[in-house]
Ligand binder design. Structure first.
Ligand code: MG
Length: 262
């Protein structure tokens, strides 16, 4: 259908009127109209130094004991890793450990160190891992890889800073073995429909030694060793640390804390 000249004119007049109205509204608007005052965010003491837990953090390891951890084999036996000199060192015989507490969306701070005298190569050189959600004893969960990546060649979606076999880190800010390194993570848990199907995917943002290496990465499912990732429904889950079965010297952790997100 062709538009007549009178119809075009009417439309132009209408558009003109709308633009005038919008301009008048904008002139009448006050700065206060776009200010939000409530609810006020909770006040938090950020800690005296960088890396120190803020007042709203749940402390998972403060250098003294493993009270917040259990064996991941059954979720209740003692963790039985080695606590010494303020550190938590992997006990490969004891296997993976996980938090007693369960989490959904959170911010995590964790520090780790590859031994200065580390041996081995590739995936067998200081391999451990931070499982951002440990969804069950038989499940892969969601692993943020821990590995020596200072001078150690391996597949890049399995290097330190990777979300195992899914997300290659944007950079490699690894420090040399023997030096402490930090992960600061924002984890957005996946959500599921009542029938177990996926509603919204998981996202992870990771700062490695203060450098952004994973930028709100959308996961395709759990981080599998073999095969394509897929999701399995869960509501909240522990955070798990890996005792990897390679022969290299065990790595250590310290200063682990988490903030549950509203
Ligand atoms: Mg690992």
């Amino acid at each position: 259908m062709r538009t007549s000249i009178s119809q075009s004119l009417a439309l132009a007049v209408l558009l003109g009127a709308a633009a005038t109205l919008f301009a008048q509204e904008q002139t009448k608007a006050k700065p206060e109209d776009t200010e939000i005052w409530q609810p006020v965010p909770e006040k938090v003491n950020p800690g005296a130094k960088c890396g120190e837990p803020p007042s709203n953090a749940v402390i998972l390891f403060d250098g003294k004991n493993e009270d917040h951890w259990v064996s991941a084999k059954d979720g209740q036996s003692p963790a039985d890793w080695d606590v010494h000199d303020g550190l938590l060192t992997v006990n490969k015989k004891a296997g993976n450990i996980e938090t007693k507490g369960k989490f959904r969306d959170y911010q995590l701070h964790i520090e780790w160190k590859i031994p200065a005298d580390i041996t081995g190569s590739g995936q067998a050189r200081g391999n451990s891992g931070v499982f951002l959600a440990s969804t069950g004893p038989g499940d892969a969960g969601y692993e943020l890889q821990v590995l020596d990546a200072y001078d150690n060649k391996t597949y890049v979606n399995g290097m330190a800073g990777s979300l195992y076999k899914q997300a290659i880190p944007l950079f490699n800010p690894s420090r040399r073995p023997g030096e402490w390194q930090t992960y600061d993570v924002v984890w957005t848990a996946p959500t599921f429909q009542s029938d177990g199907s996926l509603k919204t995917p998981a996202y992870a943002t990771v700062f490695f030694n203060g450098v952004l290496v994973e930028d709100h990465y959308q996961l395709q499912g759990e981080t599998l060793y073999i095969g394509k990732p897929f999701y399995k429904a869960y509501t909240e889950a522990p955070i798990k640390l890996q005792a990897h079965g390679d022969k290299s010297e065990p790595i250590s952790f310290r200063n682990i804390w988490v903030i549950k997100l509203p």
